[in-house]
Design a protein around this ligand. Structure first.
Ligand code: NG1
Ligand code: ZN
Length: 533
């Protein structure tokens, strides 16, 4: 049975604030860091129970609030294959985090053990990491108390990016098997990425230096390491690396700032030369946005949709050259936030599916293809190769040198691309590979299609749960009548598209609008927001 005495005494050190309701949302628990102590303690226990449920396989815990402001923090659990926590357990986590007292907590835990049929005699293994937020160390010690309460075996991965933590989880759980994902260390990660990158660009002209905006977060540490492993193969020029300056994290920099404001981070204005490529990571380095200034100094953004278009087209081409067109089907997964122009571009070339927001939905939909490319417009995404596809690539007997090269490249891509989750550094190298192969400048990449002007806005409402959607979040079913009014507005704008959905990570409702003209997209967004408010 559960060590109730130990849990009780440790839980008393981490009381739940009485006035707060916590929710395990699309990105785990996420709110003001100063309110999360009890949640972290309890997540430590939940991680241990999840591991026991899965026969002692290692569960990951990541402490981060990604692109959110510095005072925020959060925590999410990573399942053994490096993937997001199974949906049913999101509910368990929410229930447990809201038990008001230590004895309520024990009751809630006992009920989970019963309903999930957890064998408590099994071992519990966890690996955990945090980003650079000032609230991180305190929250991690609460988490460690949770492990202690369950006598879990834990491994501290220190300060690491979210994708590195996912990588470690997958490596640990596949260690010594024929599906071994890699060496379960940060060095193993950098080696895997840099080695496959070097293979992929061998014989190509070295790309000019790339400016990397590290959002003053953990990505700065990882990018610095990666830079060393890359050596002469690619030079990263790191900017916004002030990880200890209070208030700097994600402040007027980083992928979310660039995507939402559609602007160059002011800190880069004196650094970036016209025509030079640059990219921004977010606070935990799982999102990536590229951009450049043209000859007139005008800013152009290359977001997740542009990355999807670039990468999907490249993989389709390699599959074709390899002579595997009939056997390996490539597909793309997007959300409603994908720019309409990107959807049109992709649909002309390969199957495209639209799913609700949240990595979990994208990831699962991508798993249905032989090769599934998924990217959110905000720059979070990756490419998944199914196991049969991986097997096919290793067994395939090419009949020409060109086929053989294409297959080698595809195999190297499966190593370069983080198969567990979107990974800004892995995606960045992936983009660099394609640019090197195609000899594309930022401008040429950007001209694959022309983005429809768009605007993303958020509206605070008394109750965001009153907003319910259907059709992959593209239409509202409640509040009643609102969708009809939105439709009437949309019809007045050329190329107009707009939708409204409740955020899963913030207490707001998001409004998205696009139209043929900039002013029209802005106006449509504003008017739809006016309907919501
Ligand atoms: P919400 O807050 O549910 O819109 C945001 C992003 C998602 C995803 C999650 C998790 C937008 C519009 N939404 O979700 O795409 O990245 O955060 O971090 O970018
Ligand atoms: Zn992130």
């Amino acid at each position: 049975s559960l060590p109730t005495k130990l849990i009780q005494s440790l839980s008393d050190l981490h009381p739940k604030p009485s006035h707060i309701h916590f929710q395990y949302g699309t990105a785990g628990f996420r709110t003001l860091g100063s309110t999360l102590d009890s949640v972290l303690f309890r997540v430590g226990i939940i991680a241990a129970l999840r591991s026991k449920k899965l026969d002692g396989r290692t569960i990951g815990v990541m402490v981060t609030a990604s692109h959110n402001p510095e005072p925020d923090n959060g925590v999410k659990l990573v399942d053994p294959r490096g993937e997001m926590l199974e949906a049913a357990w999101e509910g368990h986590a929410t229930t447990i985090s809201n038990a008001s007292t230590s004895s309520d907590l024990i009751e809630a835990l006992e009920s989970l053990v019963q309903t999930a049929k957890i064998d408590l005699s099994k071992p519990a293994n966890v690996v955990y990491a945090r980003d650079t937020r000032p609230s991180g160390p305190g929250l991690v010690s609460a988490l460690e108390d949770g492990f202690k309460a369950m006598s879990a075996t834990s491994r501290n991965a220190g300060v690491a990016t979210t994708p590195i933590l996912h990588y470690l989880v997958k490596c640990i759980n596949t260690k010594g098997t024929k599906y071994s994902y890699g060496d379960d260390s940060e060095e193993g990660y950098y080696r895997k990425l840099s080695t496959s990158y070097k293979k992929l660009v061998a014989g190509k002209a070295v790309q000019p230096p790339l400016i990397v905006d590290c959002a003053n977060g953990v990505g700065a540490l990882a990018a610095e390491q990666l830079n060393e492993y890359l050596g002469d193969a690619l030079q990263l020029v790191l900017e916004n690396t002030s990880i200890t300056t209070p208030g700097a994290l994600n402040n007027a920099c980083g992928a979310d700032y660039v995507k939402v404001s559609q602007k160059l981070p002011p800190s880069l204005s004196s650094v970036l030369k016209p025509g030079q490529r640059a990219c921004s990571l977010d606070g935990d380095a799982d999102r990536l946005i590229y951009y450049y200034l043209d000859d007139r100094g005008v800013f152009h953004m290359l977001d997740g949709d542009k990355i999807a278009a670039l990468v999907a087209a490249f993989i389709v081409e390699l599959v074709k050259v390899a002579g595997l067109e009939d056997q390996i089907k490539v597909g793309v997964v997007q959300t409603a936030y994908a720019n309409g122009a990107s959807t049109r571009y992709l649909q002309e070339r390969l199957p495209v599916k639209c799913v609700p927001t949240g990595v979990k939905h994208l990831h699962h939909a991508a798993e249905r293809y032989n090769v599934g490319v998924y990217f959110e417009a905000n720059g979070h995404g990756t490419v998944l190769f199914s196991q049969p596809t991986l097997d096919k690539l290793t067994e395939y007997q090419p009949s020409t040198p060109a086929q053989s090269r294409a297959v080698e490249h595809l195999v190297s891509l499966t190593e370069l691309i983080n198969q567990t989750v979107g990974d800004a550094l892995s995606d960045m190298l992936l983009v660099e590979v394609v640019l090197a192969h195609k000899s594309y400048s930022g401008e040429e990449w950007n001209s694959l299609y022309v983005d429809l002007p768009n605007r993303l806005a958020k509206v605070s409402v008394p109750n965001r749960n009153a907003f319910r959607t259907e059709d992959a979040e593209r239409r509202l079913v409640s509040p009643p009548g609102l969708q009809t009014k939105i439709d009437e507005l949309i019809n007045r704008y050329q190329g107009g598209r707009s939708f409204v959905r409740p955020s899963g990570t913030e207490d707001v409702v998001r409004v998205y609008a696009e139209a043929a003209l900039r002013t029209q997209a802005d106006e449509l967004a504003m008017r739809v927001a006016g309907l919501v408010y």
